[in-house]
Write a protein that binds this ligand. Structure first.
Ligand code: PMP
Length: 426
C-alpha cells in the first residue's frame, strides 16, 4: 500500500501532509455538523425492544403470592433474584434486586463501609487515616468521581486485555493497609472492552492483602452485552472468593439499564450471604422496599434467564453494525500510519482510542470546533487526568449508523491533523 508511517517521513513530506490535513479539517468545518459520541446510551431503537414492558405486569402478585403493590421485600422479589442469580452464576440468596441503578447501589455500599465498616472489617472506613482504591485505567469515569467525592485516594494500574495488571495490584495490596478496594468492570470493560479471565479473577480473590476488609467492586454492567456470537462468560468471582477463603471480598453489581430501559430497569447486588444481610440491614434504615412492580414486570417480560440472553441478541443486531463502522473508518483512515491504536471490543458499549501522546485533548478540541462532541480527553482516568494525554473514549451506540460514519470520519480527520501538527513541530 502507499500508506507510510508518519514517523518515517521526511520534514518536507510531513509539511506537505500537514497542509493536506489542514485543508481536510477546514472542509470538515464547512460541513457544519452536529454529532455526539459522548455517552454510552442505548439508541431509541434499543429502548423500543422493551416496550412490551409498558403493558406489564399482568396481575400484581409474584410467584410467592406477594402483592408487589405494597411495602416490603427489601431484597427484591424471588423470581427476578432467581433469574439473575442463574445469569450471574451465583445463588439466589446471594442476590439483592433493587431499584433502577447499580451505580446508586455502589454509592450505598461505599456509604455503609464509610459509616459502619465491612462485614469483615474492624472499624468504619471513615475512622481510617487514609483510604485508597486501585483504579485500573482507562476505566469508568463515574467510579472515579464517586471516589473523589468521598475523599478516597486513587492509585492506577494498567487495564490489560485480560484484566488489571496483577503484578502491580498484588504488590500494592501486600504492604499498604490503606488500600481498601479495587474497581473492576470484568466483562467488556468500560472503555477498553477487556475481559477479566478466570486466572486474573483467581489472583484477585486469593491475593494476600494488608487490609483485612479489602473489597473488589465487581461492576458487571456489561455481563450479557455481547457484540459477537461468541459470548464471553464472566469469571466466577464469588465461587473463587469462597474457595480461596475470602468470601466477603467481592461485591458484584449489575443492572438491566442496557438490557431494558436505562432509566427504568432493575439493578442487582450480589455477594456472600453475610454481605447481602449487611447491605439489606443498612438499606432498611432508609427504605421499606424496592419497586417490586417493576421487578415483576421485568420477570414477566423475560420469562426466563434464556429470555434475557435472547433479548440481548436483538440489541446486538442493532449496535454491532455501529461498532463495525467505527472499526472500518479507523482502519481505513488511520491504519498503517502509526498515529493511533484502538480496541476491537467483542462486547460492551465503547471503543478506546489511543492517539499520539500529548494529542488527545487537541483532537477533542478540534472535534468540538467542527461540531462533534467527544468525551473529554482524560475522562477515563481519576481526576480526569490522562498522564499521557492520549486516550479518547468513543461511544457509538446512540447515534444512527450514518451519523456514526460521519462522526468517525470527522474524528479521523482530527486525529490526523493533531498528529501532523505534533510531528511537524518536533
Ligand atoms: N457501571 C458501568 C461500568 C457503566 O458503564 C454504567 C453505565 N454507563 C453503569 C455502571 C451505570 O449503571 P446503572 O445504570 O445500573 O446505574
Amino acid at each position: 500500500s502507499n500508506v507510510q508511517p508518519l514517523n518515517d517521513r521526511s520534514a518536507e513530506e510531513l509539511a506537505a501532509f500537514l497542509t493536506e490535513q489542514r485543508a481536510a479539517y477546514e472542509a470538515l468545518k464547512g460541513k457544519d455538523l452536529t454529532l455526539d459520541l459522548t455517552r454510552g446510551k442505548p439508541a431509541p431503537a434499543q429502548l423500543d425492544l422493551s416496550d412490551a414492558l409498558l403493558d406489564l405486569p399482568t396481575g400484581a402478585k409474584d410467584e410467592a403470592g406477594v402483592d408487589t403493590r405494597n411495602y416490603g421485600g427489601l431484597e427484591g422479589i424471588r423470581e427476578i433474584r432467581e433469574m439473575f442469580a442463574e445469569l450471574l452464576w451465583v445463588e439466589p440468596e446471594q442476590v439483592v434486586a433493587g431499584g433502577n441503578s447499580s451505580l446508586v447501589m455502589m454509592r450505598e455500599v461505599l456509604v455503609d463501609l464509610w459509616l459502619k465498616g465491612a462485614v469483615d472489617g474492624v472499624r468504619p472506613w471513615s475512622a481510617e487515616e487514609k483510604v485508597t482504591f486501585i483504579c485500573p485505567v482507562p476505566g469508568y469515569d463515574r467510579h472515579f468521581t464517586l471516589l473523589d467525592w468521598f475523599g478516597i485516594d486513587t492509585v492506577t494500574v494498567a487495564m490489560n486485555e485480560d484484566g488489571p495488571d496483577m503484578d502491580a495490584v498484588e504488590t500494592l495490596v501486600a504492604d499498604d493497609p490503606s488500600i481498601k478496594g479495587i474497581w473492576i468492570v470484568p466483562t467488556y470493560a468500560n472503555p477498553s472492552g477487556s475481559i477479566v479471565t478466570q486466572e486474573v479473577a483467581a489472583r484477585l480473590t486469593a491475593m494476600p492483602t494488608a487490609a483485612p476488609d479489602f473489597k473488589i467492586f465487581w461492576d458487571n454492567a456489561y455481563a450479557f452485552h455481547h457484540l459477537t456470537e461468541e459470548e464471553a462468560k464472566s469469571a466466577d468471582i464469588l465461587t473463587l472468593a469462597a474457595a480461596s477463603g475470602n468470601p466477603h471480598r467481592p461485591i458484584m453489581f449489575a443492572s438491566t439499564s442496557k438490557i431494558t430501559y436505562a432509566g427504568a430497569g432493575v439493578a442487582f447486588l450480589a455477594g456472600s450471604v453475610e454481605t447481602v444481610k449487611w447491605y439489606v440491614s443498612h438499606l432498611g434504615k432508609g427504605a421499606i422496599g424496592p419497586d417490586k412492580l417493576n421487578q415483576l414486570r421485568h420477570a414477566q417480560f423475560f420469562g426466563s434467564p434464556q429470555g434475557v440472553r435472547d433479548h440481548m441478541v436483538k440489541h446486538r443486531e442493532i449496535i454491532a453494525p455501529k461498532f463495525a463502522e467505527v472499526e472500518r473508518v479507523l482502519d481505513q483512515r488511520l491504519g498503517g500510519l502509526d498515529v493511533a491504536t484502538w480496541t476491537r471490543p467483542t462486547g460492551g458499549y465503547f471503543v478506546s482510542l489511543d492517539v499520539l501522546d500529548g494529542t488527545a485533548s487537541r483532537v477533542v478540541q478540534l472535534a468540538k470546533e467542527a461540531g462533534i462532541a467527544l468525551t473529554p480527553a482524560g475522562a477515563s482516568f481519576p481526576g480526569g487526568k490522562d498522564p499521557r494525554d492520549r486516550n479518547i473514549r468513543l461511544a457509538p451506540t446512540f447515534p444512527e449508523l450514518p451519523a456514526v460514519s460521519e462522526a468517525m470520519d470527522a474524528v479521523a480527520t482530527c486525529v490526523l491533523l493533531a498528529a501532523a501538527e505534533s510531528l511537524a513541530s518536533r
